[in-house]
Design a protein around this ligand. Structure first.
Ligand code: PEP
Ligand code: MG
Length: 328
């Protein structure tokens, strides 16, 4: 099987009934390497910028960040590059910026921390924008959004940074394009405000890892409750289905960048719901590409009502596995 998968790795991600899927890669520090594995892929759907921050002993300077981001944007200037602003806190500690909280996952994480420290946010966004001078592939993604105000505040800071960098670019006779700005959908509260959020952003990216954790009230890293943590819980799937429908209505481009997108069963369910852009770890790309090429979206759509009506994750997996087996 793995030989079969490898031989088709560079083939287009098109289903048997002609539906084109876009596969993107999730990147961290070894971004260059991951891009190499994605020669035929459509770009980076999630660059976790906190990883290089976590591997250092102090905050990287604007220049250091600029160099990192420039290399990424430049590697494939024609491909989408989605850079998420710093998402530390929760399970992602910075040794040089300790946070002690009783409930770190409900605490000072992601956008909450960077909006309280606009200096950190501005330096990072300036570095991203400077790195994008002359290029038009930068997408900026905001993590852990739970209120509309956070989007407004972050956009205001991005605008400020944009004007500063634009001035530099103009003086150097270079062009600075406006980046697309999107939000992570990973806090359940946003599910009920999608229409209003859509008016404020250019794209959505669904973080199924955190969305699952917060919907089910199950710590994603606690082994005592790991049997309860499942993105195949019908409530999680109903939420994902609702999100997709809402994105369709508002016409908002949407990607899924949580782990679910890199699992064959998860990818198929997402396709049945209408998701067409999936971002995953580089090592999942070939497998998911192969699965896509061997299924039909029309058939998957026929399974959706049964999937969403399941009592629990086991039944969901049974339905999809049975389908996959029928496809050989
Ligand atoms: C997620 O929460 O699903 C996600 C993609 O982000 P992270 O795993 O980095 O929190
Ligand atoms: Mg997350």
């Amino acid at each position: 099987l793995s030989q079969k998968i490898a031989s088709q790795a560079e083939a287009p991600s098109t289903t048997q009934d002609g539906c084109d899927m876009t596969l993107l890669v999730n990147a961290g520090l070894s971004a260059d390497l991951e891009m190499d594995n994605n020669k035929e892929g459509a770009g980076v759907g999630l660059y976790r910028t906190e990883i290089p921050f976590m591997l250092r002993e102090r905050f990287p300077s604007e220049q250091e960040q600029y160099e990192l981001y420039r290399a990424m944007l430049n590697a494939h200037p024609e491909k989408e590059m989605t850079m998420r602003t710093l998402d530390v806190g929760g399970d992602k500690p910075l040794s040089y910026f300790p946070i002690n909280e009783e409930n770190p996952f409900l605490g000072w994480r992601g956008i909450r921390l960077t909006l309280d420290h606009p200096d950190i946010f501005l330096v990072q966004v300036r570095a991203m924008l400077r790195a994008s001078i002359g290029l038009h592939n930068l997408h900026i993604l905001l993590p852990m959004i739970s209120t509309l105000n956070e989007i407004d505040d972050a956009k205001r800071l991005i605008k400020q940074a944009f004007h500063e960098v634009k001035e530099e670019a103009v003086q150097a006779n270079q062009e600075l394009f406006k980046p697309a700005i999107g939000v992570m959908l990973e806090v359940p509260a946003v599910i009920f405000q999608l229409e209003q959020i859509a008016e404020k952003v250019d794209f959505f990216s669904v973080g199924t890892n955190d969305l699952t954790q917060y919907l089910l009230a199950v710590d994603r890293n606690n082994s005592r409750v790991s049997s309860l943590y499942s993105s195949y819980h019908p409530s999680v799937l109903l939420a994902l289905n609702h999100i997709m429908k809402s994105a369709e209505v508002s016409g908002t481009p949407i990607t899924v960048c949580g782990e679910l997108a890199g699992e064959p069963t998860g990818a198929l369910i997402l396709m049945a719901m209408g998701y067409r852009k999936l971002s995953m770890n580089a090592h999942s790309l070939r497998k998911i590409n192969w699965v896509i090429r061997n299924v039909s979206v029309a058939e998957l759509e026929n399974l959706l009502a049964d999937i969403l009506g399941c009592c629990g994750p086991e039944n969901v997996k049974e339905i999809v596995d049975e389908y996959l087996e029928s496809k050989g």
